[in-house]
Design a protein around this ligand. Structure first.
Ligand SMILES: C[S@@+](CC[C@H](N)C(=O)[O-])C[C@H]1O[C@@H](n2cnc3c(N)ncnc32)[C@H](O)[C@@H]1O
Length: 287
């Protein structure tokens, strides 16, 4: 304990940028606390549904050879539920009923937790691609035992294979990767998904999730034109092809229509109010 405190004090003293050093240390501490909290939530999920998703597993313990495990970011860990729901709710609100023509795909799907969570939304189908056989088998078991009255999609499948060779299913897609690869591999997987996408698939959204900071991925999630980055926040990056961009922007015309209906969705109405307020401000600026 004393030795540890001494080492920390020495590191602090040796650091040329002391404020940045302190900020970095505090951020890691906060992350460790949140990780423990989210682990409790994950364990509760498993207890309720009789699944096995919470335990983290080193890829090396699953027989993935050293360099290959490094490319796969070394560890299986499920995405935090709040992050997943926050992202997918955003799509549900934006796409409305059109979500039921979309496939959800988890690239590096581990034990299949996100496949189970995605099945609570009205996707047409849910797919996950995972290269560790041990994790894939657990995912299959989890899918077969998961029961939830709120399940809206029952076409769920885990696929065993390498994401570097994976081709997206036909039709519009929302694909997600949760920090599944190192920087170089992330760029390669993104290029493969973009280049090998089925012809005429319609809108294709690809999401990168990171529970710390998306800046960790550098420029690996930069997409070639005419693809666009639709959103970049601390925890997620969303990119899309031209059709996806149109879908993303169509949200605003839908909102105006919905607001005229008696049974308007309160979330969309409140978004519309924000737009009205923004319009009022810009009109004042023009005056
Ligand atoms: C951080 S875990 C996320 C698991 C899952 N998405 C979730 O949130 O529950 C990343 C997963 O990607 C898998 N993975 C890494 N490289 C892969 C590759 N080349 N092909 C398929 N899966 C891969 C790992 O085995 C691991 O299960």
């Amino acid at each position: 304990m004393l030795l540890r405190a001494l080492r920390i004090a020495q590191n602090f003293a040796a650091s040329p940028a002391k404020i940045a050093w302190l900020q970095g240390r505090l951020a890691w501490k906060a992350f460790a606390v949140e990780l423990r909290h989210q682990d409790t939530i994950n364990r509760r999920f498993d207890k309720i549904y009789g699944t096995d998703t919470a335990d983290e597993v080193a890829l090396s313990a699953l027989g993935i050879p050293g360099r290959e495990a490094e490319r796969g970011n070394l560890i299986y860990r499920p995405l935090w539920e709040k992050n997943f729901h926050s992202t997918i709710t955003r799509f549900h609100e934006t796409l409305g009923n059109r979500l039921n023509s979309y496939s959800f795909v988890d690239i590096g799907s581990g034990k299949g937790k996100l496949l189970l969570l995605a099945s609570l939304y009205p996707f047409k189908r849910v797919r996950g691609i995972e290269y560790a056989t041990g994790l894939h088998k657990i995912a299959e078991k989890n899918i077969s035992c998961f029961r939830n009255v709120n399940q809206r999609c029952h076409d769920i499948a885990a696929i065993l294979g390498d994401a570097l060779n994976y081709k997206l299913p036909p039709g519009p897609v929302v694909a997600m990767m949760f920090n599944a690869f190192d920087i170089k591999t992330t760029a390669k997987v993104l290029t493969t998904l973009v280049d090998q996408r089925p012809p005429g698939m319609g809108a294709c959204f690809i999401i990168y999730e990171n529970v710390r900071r998306t800046s960790e991925i550098g420029t690996a999630f930069d997409v070639p034109l005419p693809w666009e980055t639709l959103e970049r926040t601390r925890n997620r990056i969303i990119v899309g092809n031209a059709e996806a961009v149109r879908e993303w922007r169509r949200e605003f015309s839908d909102i105006c229509v919905v607001d005229l209906c008696a049974d308007a969705d309160p979330l969309k109405v409140s978004a519309h109010r924000q737009i009205e307020a923004a319009n009022a401000v810009s009109q004042q600026v023009r005056k």
